[in-house]
Design a binder for this molecule. Structure first.
Ligand code: ZN
Length: 385
């Protein structure tokens, strides 16, 4: 295996195995080859931790990937058409012998503008700041001794617009600081780290997480509260009944005992904190924040699920049930991701609330994600997958 690919697998598995750094198929990584011609990047739909020398990545021609951002015809297209075109162009930029239809990460053209190694994560520690009203000012203070200060990226729709904005901000940064940025904080989204080598990028990631964590409140280590099996069954049955009524679905339901969830649910303002979606990933993997349930009545839950689907959204997948804890809806493969997203979300919400207030996606931003995601999905279907 060549060095760039070996580095990519290493940084992906190293960061991807920690659910406080990235959840489900979120995040992405890339490493450029020493000759500057190619870039190995995570494939879309693969989890970082599942990447191997054989699968989960694509090799792209860097110049072709960069040209996507510069293309004026793409810039002039309406959003839906534009995002589909970008997916096509990134597939065209693939220069490897991979026969299966694995798309490169939708943010590949963005990576093309950054340094040799790129690690993009959704850490709950950085999330607490990028989702807090005073987060940016606090990060500036926390990282004031950096040789190259972090670059703040205001919220931008993922995909083409984000790549374009980052390309522009990086250009300006290089003028102002005579250096490339190494740490990028993305408002209501996450963290990008980029460095000349994979090892340096990993070291920066660890340093950023440690520094952010040093200012945050962490749940106490404890055993999860014991819940009677009968109560768990009642809660599962109620949510399954709501799904059956609203969507004619028979979902799989799971209970996850967890001390951090117990502690969050004991907070006075817990219910109030569960409003709005924090990030694109919370929306994609858990259909927004967990639903707070005090009384086991399927009817109001069914009404809520119906209204969500009618509005073009996905039905909620996480429920925080009083005296029971988290009930997640999903397949055996997906449900643990819902749990990881809930843990990430309650950590961010608790801490961001302490820093002024929690910032969430607005309606337009949410609509874009819901649309964008379904388009990408349809595209995948059309490709015969
Ligand atoms: Zn992301």
């Amino acid at each position: 295996m060549n060095k760039a690919l070996a580095d990519l697998i290493r940084i992906s598995r190293d960061t991807g195995s920690d659910p406080t750094l990235v959840q489900g198929g979120g995040g992405n990584t890339s490493v450029k080859t020493a000759d500057g011609k190619y870039m190995y990047i995570k494939a879309s739909g693969t989890a970082l931790k599942d990447m191997s020398s054989k699968a989960g990545w694509r090799r792209l021609n860097i110049d072709t990937a960069r040209s996507v951002v510069k293309d004026k015809a793409i810039a002039a297209m309406p959003p839906r058409k534009r995002e589909l075109k970008v997916v096509d162009r990134l597939l065209e930029a693939c220069d490897d012998n991979i026969k299966i239809e694995a798309r490169p990460s939708v943010e590949a053209h963005l990576h093309a503008w950054l340094d040799t190694a790129v690690i993009h994560l959704h850490p709950s520690s950085a999330g607490a700041f990028v989702n807090a009203k005073t987060g940016r000012a606090r990060l500036d203070k926390l990282f004031k001794n950096e040789k190259t200060p972090p670059l703040w990226v205001p919220y931008t729709d993922p995909g083409y617009m984000l790549a374009k904005r980052i390309a522009r901000l990086v250009q300006r940064y290089r003028k102002d600081h005579r250096a490339k940025p190494q740490i990028l904080f993305l408002e209501k989204h996450g963290l990008f780290v980029t460095a000349p080598t994979a090892d340096q990028a990993l070291r920066i990631v660890r340093r950023v997480i440690k520094l952010c964590n040093s200012k945050l409140k962490h749940p106490k280590k404890a055993k999860p509260k014991a819940v009677a099996p009968r109560k768990i069954e009642e809660a599962k049955r109620c949510i399954a009944a709501a799904y059956a009524r609203a969507l004619r679905q028979k979902p799989q339901t799971w209970h996850y005992p967890n001390a951090a969830i117990d502690q969050f649910m004991a907070l006075k303002n817990a219910k109030k904190m569960l409003t709005g979606s924090l990030t694109p990933d919370e929306l994609v993997y858990a259909a927004g924040p967990a639903v707070w349930i005090e009384k086991l009545d399927p009817e109001p839950i069914a009404r809520k699920l119906k209204a969500q689907v009618k509005a073009g959204k996905k039905p909620s997948a996480a429920f925080l049930v009083k005296e029971v804890g988290l009930i997640a809806v999903g397949t055996e493969k997906m449900a643990p991701t819902v749990r990881d997203i809930v843990l990430y979300s309650i950590f961010i919400r608790t801490n961001a609330a302490k820093m002024g207030s929690i910032m969430t996606l607005n309606k337009r931003q949410e609509d874009f994600i819901n649309n964008w995601e379904s388009e990408a999905f349809r595209k995948k279907l059309a490709a015969g997958k």
